[in-house]
Design a binder for this molecule. Sequence first.
Ligand SMILES: Nc1nc2c(ncn2[C@@H]2O[C@H](COP(=O)(O)OP(=O)(O)OP(=O)(O)O)[C@@H](O)[C@H]2O)c(=O)[nH]1
Ligand SMILES: [Zn+2]
Length: 306
Amino acid sequence: MNAPNLRRGILVEVQRRTAQVIDDVSSEELRCAYSPEIDLKEFSNFAVGDRVEFYPGDSAQEPLITGILPRTGKISRPGPGERFARELILAANVDLLVIVASTQRPDFNPRQLDRYIAVAENFKIQAIICVNKSDLQPEIPEAARYLGSLGYELVMCSALTGAGIASLQDKLRGRLSVFSGPSGAGKSSLIQMLIPEAGTIAGEVRRDGKGRHTTTTSRLYSTPDGMRIIDTPGLRELGLWNVKPDEVAGLWRDFRPYLGTCRFNDCRHQSEPGCALLAAVETGKIPEFRLQSYYRILETLGEESL
Ligand SMILES: Nc1nc2c(ncn2[C@@H]2O[C@H](COP(=O)(O)OP(=O)(O)OP(=O)(O)O)[C@@H](O)[C@H]2O)c(=O)[nH]1
Ligand SMILES: [Zn+2]
């Protein structure tokens, strides 16, 4: 095996012993084994979205991944235990976290939305807020409008009628996205609409004593017009972690101008006199829900899931 034959590609599906790699140049999909020489210390694990170098194989050697290229954005959760890596990478090189909420069914919940935004801020990944089910209620919820004013991209759409989908596609083009958000908001419906083959390639159907089960694994899908979406069941466990209590307020974009200006420099912004943040809420510069979601996160810090 000599270096000039190495190619580059992206991991679209990861299994225990092999991974599916799409060749950057030919766009061909190959099943590759992992070279035992790769040192995972720096990378924790192979993840969907990872950019890799690989040897495409010949009569003497099976296709082999020989290295992982440095990652940009990543989404992770705490590793499974002390003996293992401290971090489990769920998706690598992510550009965009699409936070899906619904206008109704379930009700639009700004405090819940803030939790996902905090996760995106903590991973330093751009967040886009996608308010689905506009067919049930076409007006932009006030809290969503406020978040939009902070610079988060905002789309109103309906997976049922197709309204707003073209605008969502515009924002996803050329980026690698991951969808997250509360159960029932419409993530699967939207992904299905954007990528019709999603959910049919990945996963296997097995039969056991209890009946038929579909087990899905994460998979990266690409469209001819340049959208790349990682469809992953693992993001139900997406949570805020790897953050110290005194760093949490900084994940609230609109809090940042006030931080460090309270009377006490260890202010938790609860009821301390001279708190600049409480004053900003009192005078209407920051809406109350932002403060409430911040308190809630502080209380639940350390719990792993949303
Ligand atoms: N009225 C309306 N219903 C929708 C829309 N999008 C999805 N639904 C319905 O909402 C329900 C939940 O949609 P899913 O796509 O399964 O939601 P999800 O976010 O993937 O949910 P989880 O898998 O539980 O995380 C389904 O019954 C959908 O048919 C929409 O735009 N309008
Ligand atoms: Zn304060």
